[in-house]
Design a protein around this ligand. Sequence first.
Ligand SMILES: NC(=O)c1ccc[n+]([C@@H]2O[C@H](COP(=O)([O-])OP(=O)(O)OC[C@H]3O[C@@H](n4cnc5c(N)ncnc54)[C@H](OP(=O)(O)O)[C@@H]3O)[C@@H](O)[C@H]2O)c1
Length: 244
Amino acid sequence: MKAILTGHSRGLGAAIADELLAAGIPLLAIARRGNAELAARHPDLLTQIALDLGDPANLAGWLAGGELEHFLGDAGEVLLINNAGTLGPVAQAGRQQADAIVHAVSLNVTGPLLLANALAARPGVLRILHVSSGAARDAYPGWSIYGATKAALDHHARAVAQEGRPGLRICSLAPGVVDTDMQAEVRQAEPEQFPLLERFRALKRDGLLATPAAVASKLVAYLRSDDFGRQPVADLRTLDSASA
Ligand SMILES: NC(=O)c1ccc[n+]([C@@H]2O[C@H](COP(=O)([O-])OP(=O)(O)OC[C@H]3O[C@@H](n4cnc5c(N)ncnc54)[C@H](OP(=O)(O)O)[C@@H]3O)[C@@H](O)[C@H]2O)c1
């Protein structure tokens, strides 16, 4: 078994990488920056690729270069975790910067779809986990771009699951509210652009954010479980304990 993960340099992705490496799974991890601490602890298991996944031409060029196939070799089972993401413009329609929209769609949607397509072209067992969000399922004013990009991942998972390719399982999974840089960014929004701001500030103030380590542990257990992919769209907070 080998794994591909995006966004391992910090936040939830760093904790997911830690879980996979601790389980002895060789990992190819992609982000703009590296994770020196994980590299020092797992020099033989971790391959880091410095790539801006917000630039689809960059990613497509890297995929054509053969480094992915070289890493995977003859691995019979592959895990893909599409974790890298951005909140994008936190602003209401008409107030969003055009380049921020393009970047968010490229990073949150185009990148995951390109990686999923490249890996699905190989024979063998493949488990794809898109890191989605509750914002894909409930509409939050000010997060129209973020919610739309995560809803795109949910729908991609539904359609790929329907294709029924033997050996391929897929799930677009909302992880819950996690104490990362992204949440710090959420709390800095302008209240008139994001009316739910106070709710998110209160989650931090009241100690209600999950730790990246706790979420990663549950997420990786689910990814490796027999139940993975039974539902193409799921929420980590409501999986029953047997499957998580
Ligand atoms: N935190 C939450 O409460 C929460 C809730 C629901 C869903 N999520 C989702 O969970 C995932 C992880 O979120 P997080 O909270 O851990 O975010 P984070 O702390 O902001 O970390 C984001 C990760 O994505 C990578 N990344 C960002 N832009 C990139 C780019 N252009 N190219 C390559 N990698 C890039 C970052 O690495 P570099 O900066 O080194 O490139 C970093 O490793 C995201 O998909 C997010 O939407 C988070």
